[in-house]
Ligand binder design. Structure first.
Ligand code: PEP
Ligand code: MG
Length: 575
């Protein structure tokens, strides 16, 4: 049994066998063989070893011609590995004595070496890890032939273990097969984690080397609530986690009971809870969890799985479907936030500071106009609001509004219906926007705070990099002050302020944000009932006291401890 601590990306507990996805997307189909199969399986192993050696020899020849003899020696190392008596003996004994399949035996034996090499404090030896991976992959490829199974062709339920999953891979996960996932890289507010929460799939990210610790078929526990992964658990641990799995489910059931009640404090102060979506398909789940509308539709996901850019009609159909499903409830459609870790990223030295989001739209006005036409057309069918991402200057807001006006004129000329009074808001997700919030507020209808980027850009910490994850802390006093400045500015200028970043869905901050005067929380659907429960358990006076106390502290750790304690009092099950 091995216990690994990572970053809690999406809550819930799942216990299942692992599907290890490496860059070549191999999976080991089964772990065990019957006694009478041993000889035939050993034969398969030896054929595979011979075939792999043959391949390496011919590669050696090719490499010598193309890159020189010196580099061709790399393959000599691979060859020696395949002839290593100890290694072959180890694999053979796993097959003969433990009745493992050759695939599983190879993976187990080689991953043990990989782990040992990784732990050595020697750069040369650490480099050898990629060679062992290479040998493992070659042997698996030889054994499995063309039967490479991919994520979308899963036959049974698994938990996926991967180096990384891209946001689009995550969005494409088949929930009936993939019950949870764990990755080597990633942070809590990377888009992969956001989508896992949207899909309600328990996940742990940023584990460092989970792909080397787990072999396909190993039994794994993923505890997405606490960011823990347990490999090959013992009976006692298994029992314990089965219990946790049950109490998580019954907690969810209890929360479902308050789904249709208002998000209202004990003293009658009402706030609005909305859902965040990447596709109109997620709207039923938002409504099911008790959302009163959609506070953020990340439209860039329309690009997912497409080889060509979406047409105006494809945009329009998606928005119309969203508006129709919502049946009169409001929706905030954010214009394309392409670039950085999402789609359309053009190779740039520093993509998060580059041609991302609204900046990209200004460069690609054709694409921006197509989208705005579609949003405006959808606005004739229901309460649609437009949200511009990543605005950092007043000029950007003015320019974006000019494009909207221009597109409106075009639609008018074409006699196409739209809502002339459509509300236009901006994301507050760059510190510069907070500092000029009063000027921006005078020229738009609402703010929506994007804490994921606001934290990233304020603390200068990559939101998806597990290496700096501890620095990505919403409780940093700089962030808390920026939030206060934004909400105060909204009040001064009489425009509503929402929050659609992940912070608004984290229970520990709910009371603080309530006390700060936040009236709209836009969150992943699965967190709605929990959030409602916190709000329904406090008075505004209590919330304001929490906010005041927090502003007296300057240590993020102390703030987090304090917020955890106060939240635990009203919702102990969330911890
Ligand atoms: C944010 O930055 O907080 C946000 C909501 O936008 P995204 O996560 O899509 O960048
Ligand atoms: Mg953002």
């Amino acid at each position: 049994m091995e216990i690994k601590k990572g970053i809690a990306a999406s809550p819930g507990v799942v216990i299942k066998e692992a599907f290890v996805l490496d860059s070549e997307e191999f999976r080991i189909p089964r772990r065990y063989i019957k006694g009478e199969e041993v000889e035939a399986e050993l034969e398969r192993l030896h054929t595979a070893l011979a075939k792999a050696q043959e391949q390496i020899r011919s590669l050696q020849g090719l490499a010598a011609k193309r890159i020189g003899l010196e580099h061709a020696l790399i393959f000599q190392v691979h060859l020696e590995m395949l002839q290593d008596k100890n290694l072959i003996e180890e694999i053979t004994s796993l097959i003969r004595d433990k009745k493992h399949t050759p695939e599983y035996a190879i993976s187990r034996a080689l991953r043990k070496y990989i782990k040992a090499f990784q732990e050595m404090d020697d750069a040369y030896l650490a480099e050898r890890v990629s060679d062992i991976f290479d040998v493992e992959r070659r042997l698996l490829r030889t054994l499995l032939g063309e039967k490479v199974e991919e994520l979308n062709r899963l036959q049974e339920q698994v938990v996926v273990i991967a180096r990384n999953l891209s946001p689009s891979q995550t969005l494409a996960l088949d929930k009936s097969k993939v019950l949870g996932f764990a990755t080597d890289v990633g942070g809590r507010t990377g888009h992969t984690a956001i989508i896992a929460r949207a899909l309600d799939i328990p996940a742990v990210v940023g584990l460092g080397d989970i792909t080397t610790d787990v072999s396909g078929g190993d039994l794994v526990i993923i505890d997405g609530t606490h960011g823990v992964v347990i490999i090959s658990p013992d009976e006692e641990t298994l029992e314990n986690y089965r219990g946790r799995q049950q109490s998580f489910q019954s907690f969810e059931e209890r929360l479902a009971a308050i789904r249709d009640l208002p998000a209202e404090t004990l003293d009658g102060h009402r706030v609005t809870i909305l859902g965040n979506i990447e596709s109109p398909d997620e709207i039923p789940s938002c409504l099911h969890h008790g959302a009163s509308g959609i506070g953020l539709y990340r439209t860039e996901f329309l690009y997912f799985g497409k080889t060509a850019e979406p047409t105006e009609d494809q945009h329009f159909q998606a928005y119309l479907r969203a508006v129709t499903t919502l049946g009169g409830r409001p929706i905030v459609i954010r214009t394309l936030d392409l670039g950085a870790d999402k789609f359309g990223a053009i190779p740039e030295r520093n993509p998060f500071l580059g041609l991302r989001s609204i900046r990209y739209c200004f460069k690609r006005l054709d694409l921006f106009r197509i989208q705005l036409r579609a949003i405006l057309r959808a606005s004739a069918f229901g309460p649609v609001r437009i949200l511009f991402p990543m605005v950092a200057t007043l000029d950007e807001l003015r320019r974006a509004k000019r494009v909207v006006r221009d597109v409106m004129q075009e639609l008018e000329t074409e006699q196409i219906a739209f809502n002339k009074d459509v509300e236009i808001g901006i994301m507050i997700e760059v510190p510069a926007a907070v500092l000029i919030a009063d000027s921006l507020a005078k020229e738009c209808d609402f703010f929506s705070i994007g804490t994921n980027d606001l934290i990233q850009y304020t603390i200068a910490v990559d939101r998806a990099n597990e290496g700096v994850a501890p620095l990505f802390n919403p409780a940093h006093p700089a962030i808390l002050r920026l939030l206060k400045m934004t909400i105060d500015s909204g009040e001064r200028n009489n425009i509503p302020v929402a929050m659609c970043g992940e912070m608004s869905g984290e229970m520990v901050y709910a009371m603080f944000l309530l006390g700060l005067g936040l009236k709209e929380f836009s969150v992943a659907p699965s967190t709605i009932p929990e959030l409602k429960q916190v709000i329904r358990s406090v008075t505004m006076e209590e919330a304001a006291k929490v906010t005041n106390e927090v502003f007296k502290m300057d240590d993020p750790q102390e703030i987090t401890r304090y917020l955890e304690e106060t939240t635990k009092r009203v919702l102990p099950e969330a911890f």
